[in-house]
Design a protein around this ligand. Structure first.
Ligand SMILES: *[C@@H]1O[C@H](CO)[C@@H](O)[C@H](O)[C@H]1NC(C)=O
Length: 215
């Protein structure tokens, strides 16, 4: 009797857990596809008239070559629903990241997606930090993948002596990205707060703010 109750409770718990997990990702589509019209790409509301949809709506070539490299030696090309409306409602997206020798993808997180990163070329020191501040990091090689659980801070650095390329895949059409250095020091948080939070002088904070503020 008691065992049956326990069993029922476990089943209920598993069902609840599953529905929680299902709600945690992008919603399921209610039609074959919904090519977001340009004006609604960010709000994912209106679909392009399906009789006007062509194969070109499902193809995106903007990931063929690396983009512009930033000061840390990284180029990231996002293929999300904002740039590729064909992804709208489909619950997935990609990013191509190219690294110069020694290039760094600074600690960052994606609030809406887990990422799995596949090394196309090169040797990458790659890792993430969990909510106990435990780091899980190692050097991964061409052909290997690493998964970064949703919302956790992760980072990469090209530790090989040739350029490197990875392809990251997300379980959201719009995973979002928060780069920690810019989010903290480039966002206009009061200096006094940052001084206390990091135990740095106002001069040191100013230097970081200057470096990381958007120009
Ligand atoms: C979609 O486009 C077709 C062809 O141009 C047109 O006949 C139809 O009325 C349109 N449907 C809507 C809902 O606008």
């Amino acid at each position: 009797m008691c065992r049956t109750m326990l069993y029922n409770m476990v089943v209920l718990f598993v069902i609840l857990l599953n529905s929680y997990v299902a709600r945690a990702s992008d919603p399921d589509p209610v039609q074959d596809f919904c090519i977001a019209t340009t004006e609604s790409a960010n709000h994912a509301k209106q679909c392009k008239n399906s009789s006007l949809v062509t194969v070109e709506d499902f193809v995106y070539a903007g990931i063929k070559v690396p983009g512009k490299f930033g000061p840390t030696g990284l180029s990231g090309v996002s293929v999300n629903s904002n740039v590729f409306p064909g992804l709208n409602t489909l619950g997935m997206s990609l990013v191509r990241a190219d690294f110069e020798v020694g290039g760094v993808n600074v600690p960052h997180l994606h609030p809406r997606a887990t990422e799995i990163a596949f090394v196309l070329e090169g040797t990458i020191y790659s890792g993430f930090v969990d909510t106990n501040n435990k780091v899980f990091a190692k050097v991964i090689e061409k052909g290997e993948v690493m998964v970064f659980p949703r919302g956790l801070v992760h980072f990469q650095m090209n530790v090989g002596d040739t350029p490197a390329t990875i392809l990251g895949s997300f379980d959201s059409q719009n995973p979002g990205s928060q780069r920690i250095p810019a989010a903290i020091f480039g966002s206009g948080i009061k200096e006094k707060l940052l001084e206390k939070a990091f135990g740095l002088s106002s001069k040191e904070i100013s230097k970081l703010k200057k470096k990381l503020s958007p120009h």
